[in-house]
Write a protein that binds this ligand. Structure first.
Ligand code: NAI
Length: 349
């Protein structure tokens, strides 16, 4: 089913409002999810609406949060989200960081007590569209073995980086620190297909190609990805006084409780380090030079990070956003949720 971004936005917003969020908050959640679907990041788009709706309905996402914002130094602040919708909290905190970086050059804002905030590139791209460099990272539920381990400790702890380029273009690097997203394992399960044995391990820590046997995901690049996910956990968890490592709340454990997750936004105004003209011209040159690199066998062109999603977004604008039937059927259904997620283990279902 192909939908325009306006149609998809309205369907998502209706469901999220039906679950209990205000018009304003539902609007922001819908915006972040449509952004992901339009850019081909379907793992973080409309497919998540039923989960969010169940959690909002059961109180595990606070429908009436009292946000607090406290500047703790010249370039630092804490944003407390009172366990409201993560997308709204992360966006509000990014707006504060943009304002601070514009006037002070740098902003480091710790975002605490939030729920899942979706595709992090939404927030960093928003800053890059205003001429700023942004980095964001957040905690996620424990699903990954540390390098050399056979039990989970860290989450898929994503990192996003965006930078402004010429003519409104932006660079958008946005990734989980695991080799493959959990959604891809679920997809292989539903199709009864094997997976590459580099993605995940079974209950003994052995690499597995059976998606049903997966009990943990693997970090990207072995000890290097493991180090990155630790960095994310320290900066967006430990540093903000939140639960960390394997103590981070699970996505599906208890949908009546707030998740108390953390996220860190770092925003830098390049004009405090070089001229705006030099920065934009250099990014323009970087994009051009990368695009002129001779492609490797099997590739058409070297793309800069995020360019693949820019191309998908342009196609979505023309042809509509592709939404799988199961998700569309839910979005147009009467019910808010059908109890699919509460107290489910991510691995065992
Ligand atoms: P991915 O593997 O689809 O993409 C990773 C990066 O590679 C992106 O920047 C993409 O633009 C770039 N890329 C892909 N193909 C490319 C190509 N041909 N040339 C150049 N660059 C290319 O991303 P992943 O790891 O599956 O993450 C998906 C989303 O999940 C992200 O938005 C991330 O923020 C989100 N996420 C959110 C979590 C949360 O708790 N909120 C947890 C984990 C992930």
């Amino acid at each position: 089913m192909n939908l325009s971004s306006e149609q998809l936005h309205q369907l998502i917003k209706n469901k999220i409002k039906q679950a209990g969020l205000s018009d304003e908050h539902a609007d922001i959640v819908a915006d972040v999810l449509v952004f992901a679907d339009a850019r081909g990041v379907h793992s973080h788009g409309a497919v998540r609406v039923e989960y969010y709706s169940e959690r909002i309905s059961k109180g595990g996402i606070n429908a009436n949060p009292q946000f607090t914002y406290e500047e703790t130094g010249p370039c630092s602040a804490l944003y407390d989200g009172d366990n409201g919708a993560g997308h709204v909290i992360a966006k509000n905190a990014m707006d504060k960081a943009i304002k601070m970086a514009n006037s002070k050059g740098v902003a480091v804002i710790g975002v605490k007590r939030m729920s899942h905030s979706g595709a992090l590139g939404y927030f960093t791209k928003h800053a890059a569209e205003q001429g700023l460099i942004a980095i964001s990272m957040c905690q996620s539920d424990p699903m990954v073995v540390p390098f050399g381990g056979s039990e989970v400790y860290y989450g898929t702890n994503p990192i996003a980086f965006s930078a402004p380029g010429p003519d409104g273009k932006t660079i958008n690097f946005d990734m989980a620190t695991t080799i493959q997203a959990w959604g891809k394992v679920l997809d292989a399960r539903s199709r009864n297909q094997s997976i590459p044995d580099t993605w995940a391990v079974d209950s003994d820590g052995h690499p597995t190609s059976d998606p049903h046997a997966v009990r943990a995901l693997l970090p990207i690049a072995g000890p290097k990805g493991y180090g990155l996910m630790m960095m994310v956990d320290i900066l967006s968890g430990v540093m903000l006084g939140l639960p960390f490592g394997k103590n981070v709340s699970s996505m599906y454990d208890d949908l009546t409780e707030g998740r108390n997750l953390g996220q860190l936004h770092i925003v830098i105004n390049p004009e405090f380090f070089t001229t705006k003209e030099y920065f934009i011209e250099s990014i323009s040159q970087t994009m051009k030079e990368l695009g002129e690199i001779r492609p490797a066998p099997g590739f058409d062109k070297v793309l800069y990070p995020g360019q693949n999603s820019d191309l998908i977004e342009a196609k979505s604008r023309k042809d509509g956003i592709e939404i799988v039937d199961e998700v569309y059927d839910y979005l147009i259904s009467e019910h808010t949720y059908i109890n699919s997620y509460d107290h489910k283990s991510a691995f065992n279902g």
